[in-house]
Design a protein around this ligand. Structure first.
Ligand code: CA
Length: 177
């Protein structure tokens, strides 16, 4: 009598964040299964051994369940994605000095990781003055020079909202001329 071995599931997911969302590559290093079924927790499924899946909302938590079977022998495993915190991966200055001396002349947000670099490319930024009036809205990758319609804005404290696909980051930046 031939006994089917129990399939062994060993998940080693690799995360990538970009403007499409959260991409997870599941590298199943377990023993081969005759049949494997993935439920990604977002309504999508797969029967690949080691699928790659893009989750549209990286700020959400998804429960991924996998069932593997060799005939009557089955095994299952689950895995939960973690919400993504982009704030710690950005270097956000708190002052800009737009006087053309090439030092802090614009509000330049720098990524500390390659994942954050991807997110900066699809992020938006909105800036308000101290009275709550919006003075700028645009692409995050474009460095803001504390001007509106080509006119210099006065010195002072401004409030910003950075909106990446993953998370909103709010704070203050001071313009010093
Ligand atoms: Ca400067």
């Amino acid at each position: 009598m031939k006994v089917d071995p129990q399939p062994f599931i060993n998940l080693k997911p690799a995360y990538t964040y970009n403007c499409d969302g959260l991409k997870v590559a599941f590298n199943n290093t377990g023993s081969p299964a005759q049949q494997i079924n993935w439920d990604f927790g977002d309504g999508q499924t797969s029967t690949e051994l080691s699928p790659t899946h893009v989750f549209s909302d990286p700020a959400a938590t998804y429960l991924i369940q996998v069932n593997a079977s060799n005939g009557a022998c089955t095994n299952k495993s689950s895995f939960q994605t973690q919400p993504y915190d982009v704030y710690m991966q950005l270097n956000i200055p708190n002052v800009l000095t737009p006087n053309n001396d090439k030092v802090n002349d614009c509000f330049e947000i720098l990524p500390l990781t390659s994942a954050a670099a991807d997110l900066l490319n699809c992020g938006k930024i909105t800036i308000f003055d101290r009275w709550g009036k919006m003075v700028h809205q645009g692409e995050l990758k474009n460095c803001w020079k504390a001007e509106v319609s080509g006119k210099d804005l006065p010195e002072g404290v401004y409030y910003y909202i950075i909106d990446t696909k993953v998370q909103k980051v709010k704070g203050f930046v001071t313009v010093v001329r």
